[in-house]
Write a protein that binds this ligand. Structure first.
Ligand SMILES: [Cu+2]
Length: 105
């Protein structure tokens, strides 16, 4: 095996392992007219899958407009990716009293 090929394989393995370590999908429910949990902490590169458990339709929408789900009816889910660090307030566009915070670190 050439030195170049060994280096290539090692780099490839490192990239694969980094990918596995980073890409978590965090589950968040919307139930009882609230986000559960209301504060969600993730790492850069993670995704959050919001699932509506209520009969009422809901969204998960960033206060700064950086992301939103579609209107989720009962049992429906949507996955949002978080690629930059920060603290993001979010709410439901239909029920503005429903609020939460996502911390991306
Ligand atoms: Cu709602």
């Amino acid at each position: 095996m050439t030195k170049f090929f060994k280096t290539f394989l090692t780099a490839g393995a490192a990239i694969c392992l980094a990918g596995i370590a980073q890409a978590a999908d965090i589950k968040a429910d919307i139930k009882g007219m609230a986000f559960s949990p209301a504060t969600i902490t993730v790492s850069v590169g993670d995704t959050i899958t919001f699932t509506n458990r209520d009969g009422a339709p809901h969204t998960a929408t960033a206060a700064d407009g950086s992301f939103t789900t579609a209107t989720l009816r009962k049992g429906k889910s949507e996955t949002i990716a978080f690629d930059s660090a920060g603290t993001f307030a979010f709410f439901c566009k239909i029920h503005r009293g429903m609020k939460g915070t996502i911390v991306v670190q």
